[in-house]
Design a protein around this ligand. Sequence first.
Ligand SMILES: Cc1cc2nc3c(=O)[nH]c(=O)nc-3n(C[C@H](O)[C@H](O)[C@H](O)COP(=O)(O)OP(=O)(O)OC[C@H]3O[C@@H](n4cnc5c(N)ncnc54)[C@H](O)[C@@H]3O)c2cc1C
Length: 434
Amino acid sequence: MQTNILWFRKNLRLHDNPALLRASESSERLICVFVYDEVIHYEQHGVQSLGPYRANFLWESLVALRGALQKLGNELIILKGDAADVLKDLVTQTNAKKIFAPHECGYCEQLQETAVKKFCELEIVDGATLLDINTLPSEPASLPNSYILFRRMIETNWDEQPWSVPACCDTPTKLPPQPESITIQGLEENPVSDSRTSSDRAVMQFNGGEEAALSRLSAYMWSGNAFENYKETRNQLLGEDYSSKLSPWLANGCLSPRHVYHEVRRFEKEKLENESTRWLVCQLLWRDYYHFASYKHGGDLFLGGGMRGQSCSKKEISISQTEKIQNWCNAKTGQRFVDANMTELLETGYMSNRGRQSVALYLVRDLGQDWRLGASWFEHYLLDFEPCNNYGNWNFQAGIGHDIRKANGFKIESEANRHDPEGTYQNYWLGSVS
Ligand SMILES: Cc1cc2nc3c(=O)[nH]c(=O)nc-3n(C[C@H](O)[C@H](O)[C@H](O)COP(=O)(O)OP(=O)(O)OC[C@H]3O[C@@H](n4cnc5c(N)ncnc54)[C@H](O)[C@@H]3O)c2cc1C
């Protein structure tokens, strides 16, 4: 009787989960496992990678997934340790023949796969991005470096191309059971002690798990008219509906990007097609672009010289190295627009895209600090942290990505005046200036 392992990573859902479907169709006995591993939990530049909001969101997502798998006749075993070591032990103990796992574009995730392949057959199944990495117009290594060119290449007669967005796959209605003899005891409690939810002042409460993800998607798209105005509102700073707020669920794989895409297309057929509906798809393509760029550039994404491989100092850097970086992190720069955004991040784990761009540029240009410190701080605090998106966007803001950031005229005061002319956002987070 063939026993296999399904290694859950950033695919914490049942819907449109090709790795789950493949594993369930190919196994007589199936062990579903998630590992709190060295990619999720480590220290960099003096900052712990997994901060309190994401730790809470991740745990909620795992508990929700476990409940969903139990309804289908299986279970989720949650373990902690080096992923390859943990999986190796599991293979030895259960005599499993094969491991199934979703495709991941991150560099460290690629290294994990290489380590796992040394002791077991590993089948990597596509499904984390809008486009299927196996049917791109060219090998990932030959994709255009610039987003504009990438998007142009993808979108030309898109629906008729082999790289059109695949249909969502079926959700299994039943799963093969675990092996009867299995005795492995998984974690029953969140292993991260500093784990908490956002404050009440957050744009919205983000609950982990697939059900919450689908419910947010449905509310944003189909109730009210937020979605049809997305292009006009997306640079705002306050409130639940100026943007989709899907990022924490997309980042943890509680929501399939392809499901979002097909919902956009359904919305366009049944309700309205406009610039806003097209713009959301463009954002999902940014997400794909950074995933494929990460796959292509590997570890360079995390180095000071970024994906263009510019030369940079090899000196160790630390979050506690200057007062300037400390003030930026703790929302104490004295620049109210920056401090308001950083306060939102500290209290909630979320910050708007506009806010992220402004505080990143301010750190790099005005304070002259190393972008990697900002990226690590974001990694710790962001609910939606995802390595390709975070480090890709920081590369771009720091001017070391392939698309050159036109930020010569950047002035933080102008940003504040343009996006928060009455100071409403700043007053909301910092109180009004008396
Ligand atoms: C310095 C910096 C760091 C960032 N770090 C992250 C991160 O760790 N994780 C993350 O998901 N996003 C990151 N972003 C991108 C973006 O800010 C967030 O995806 C967005 O603000 C999330 O809110 P939303 O879901 O309402 O987005 P919406 O505007 O509603 O967009 C829908 C989805 O498209 C994707 N998307 C939107 N903008 C981008 C973008 N610029 N790059 C890649 N994907 C995008 C996201 O998955 C998002 O959920 C970062 C941006 C900057 C400037």
